[in-house]
Design a protein around this ligand. Structure first.
Ligand SMILES: Cc1cc2nc3c(=O)[nH]c(=O)nc-3n(C[C@H](O)[C@H](O)[C@H](O)COP(=O)(O)OP(=O)(O)OC[C@H]3O[C@@H](n4cnc5c(N)ncnc54)[C@H](O)[C@@H]3O)c2cc1C
Length: 291
């Protein structure tokens, strides 16, 4: 028996290579137990990431794990999905609080106990983590209780090109070591930057490129931008700690661009900064080439 979420997993986990029965769970689409005080919600397998965030519109909360595809949240739990926001918000594993599972013998299991969504850890087997990433091999996930996060008041995004992938990686390490609370960070090498630029008619230079996104208050963002710029060695903000020889080798070309509202997912790229509770979350905006 093969559970089918939205079929976005490119590994082909939903293919019944030795025959069998594939279960389409898309019509189990209930969203329940939304608790704004506990920052949690329970979803059935037919609920996708974008559907949940639309449902949360206006609450000031959102679910940030974003693997790019508009996958089902139970499918994301089944694959242990991560994605661009994992830097700040973690992968599926810390964001799944409880799972309701139908086991192969037909019995029902609540991995953290029925109705539980506690953050507090306790000794004992962590059954929730056992099922996250199990790809349907241990049972059908028929409900996932998820951890929600406050929607950031404002978002800023940067596009930064570097002379080499090594320089981009060094900049990333420096920014993280400087404890800048980066929300998203994504690296393209020069081949991928060129391909994306041609496909999406952007004007990205064909160079190793970092896309960064910061979340916070309006005031906090300005500080984070300066911190990131200093750490990464942005021109105008002085050499970063990695530019140890002072030769500018680590220095990339930075540009902060306005970030747009989420909703369409991924790195769709334009728009303006948003306020809290506009309901869409925030998305990496690439309003220009950023160079
Ligand atoms: C463009 C793109 C970009 C991506 N980027 C990332 C990324 O950056 N990081 C990342 O981690 N992943 C990434 N992914 C993979 C993504 O995480 C998976 O495609 C997604 O999590 C699968 O969800 P689904 O609902 O489509 O599951 P499906 O593809 O339908 O199923 C995937 C597996 O999970 C099992 N399964 C599905 N639903 C259930 C259920 N209810 N109970 C038990 N088992 C179930 C299936 O049997 C199968 O083995 C990307 C995918 C795409 C298409």
């Amino acid at each position: 028996m093969v559970p089918f979420g939205t079929g976005t997993g490119l590994e082909g986990g939903v293919n019944a290579v030795q025959g069998g029965v594939c279960f389409d769970l898309s019509r189990m689409a209930a969203i329940s137990e939304l608790s704004l005080e506990d920052f949690s919600v329970a979803v059935e397998p037919g609920v996708t990431r974008k559907a949940l965030n639309s449902h949360l519109r206006g609450t000031g909360l959102w679910f940030p794990v974003d693997p790019g595809a508009d996958a089902s949240l139970c499918g994301m739990a089944a694959t242990g999905a991560s994605g661009t926001n994992a830097v700040r918000y973690g992968t599926m594993r810390p964001n799944v609080l409880n799972l309701r599972v139908v086991l192969p013998d037909g019995s029902l299991l609540h991995t953290a106990g029925p109705g539980r969504q506690a953050r507090k850890s306790a000794a004992g087997y962590d059954l929730t983590s056992l099922f996250v990433g199990s790809e349907g091999t241990l049972g059908f996930l028929t409900q996932a209780t998820l951890r929600l996060h406050p929607l950031p008041e404002a978002v800023a995004a940067a596009v930064c090109s570097f002379p080499s992938v090594q320089a981009a990686v060094a900049c990333t390490v420096q920014v993280l070591q400087a404890a800048v609370p980066v929300a998203r960070i994504e690296l393209l090498d020069e081949v991928m930057a060129g391909a994306c630029s041609r496909y999406s008619r952007l004007e990205l230079p064909e160079a190793a490129t970092l896309f960064l996104e910061l979340h916070g208050s309006q005031q906090g963002l300005a500080e984070q931008q300066q911190q990131a710029g200093r750490a990464g060695g942005a021109p105008g903000w002085g050499p970063g700690p990695g530019d140890r020889d002072g030769d500018g080798a680590m220095v990339g070309t930075w540009g902060w661009v306005p970030a747009g509202p989420y909703g369409e997912g991924g790195m769709s790229m334009t728009g303006a900064q948003q306020g809290p509770g506009s309901g869409q979350g925030a998305g990496l905006g690439m309003g220009g080439t950023g160079t």
